[in-house]
Design a protein around this ligand. Sequence first.
Ligand SMILES: [Fe+2]
Length: 352
Amino acid sequence: MFWSGAMWTPRFRHRADPSESNSTGMAGVMKGQAMTAVSNGSPLVTWHVDAPDEAPGWARRNCRELRAGVTEHGAVLVRGLKLRDSETFAAVSRALADELMPEREGFAHRDEAPGPVYSSSRWPDDQIMCMHHELSYAHEFPALLILGCLTAPNHGGCTAVADSSAVLDALPSAVVDRLETEGWLLTRNYGSTVGLPWAKAFGTSSRDEVERYCRAGGIEYEWRGDELRTRQRRPALIRHPVTGRRSWFNQISFLSEWSLDPDVRDYLLSVLGPDGLSFNTAWGNGEPFTADLVHMINEAYARATRREPWQAGDLLLVDNVRMAHNREAFEGDRQILLAFADPVRARLAEVI
Ligand SMILES: [Fe+2]
């Protein structure tokens, strides 16, 4: 089966047409009322703004231009906005998004604040969180990610991005063709000791609600005492909801056992058994991925990676379909907020 762009139903107010962007590119100057927007030589396009008094109002006034910049470049960093608290970040996010969505089927704990906006995932500080597209396995996923930095770490901790079109170009055609035909399979165990409990991941303590969610999203489910096991097959490539480009959009490598630290993987397998990991991925027909394949995907991401160290007050907009993102290891306090924006819904019949 070929998954075409017809399966996605975007609901955008800001349907930024790439031709609408007035940017002159990575090395150029962006026109704008309240910004001096230039590339500062970093690999990320950065808009330097002059510390506006009222960040949400600034965001509203410059929304169209910012969104056009994201469509053109995949990600835009705004420096100088001086975001200081979650309320301001939520207001800025609402100004830039058509709609903010809650996270469902998360894989790690986040704190939630009104908006809804979230903290970054709890993940060991000294371990990298590999490149991924947010919620690529969900029935509804965000087209846009909005991130804000309240506290920058002393060292490391970038949210780096990678253009997945480069990843797609780097992979052997036989691999891409098979994934395009079969998709990929995600298996999850929502446990009480390791990983996120199902009530937290689905935002409800009602088994009936979880089952309704799973049926609506084409997710097979099985209760095992107080724990839940799920299986879902998803496309590995989709059409971009705005540009229509064929896009690599999945979490094959990030959620694979082969991306875990080898010692951690060995320990978890010894404790939980071969089918007991919190998450794992496979070819669409259930055949396991090899370590070599997963490492090849992660290396392709690494070659496409662009990074800029966080500074307190930064705002980062990321096209979640075109660009993967990661979280690098860090030292010191790090407070990053995240909003999931502009949900895109998959039409079930074409997913499964
Ligand atoms: Fe993420």
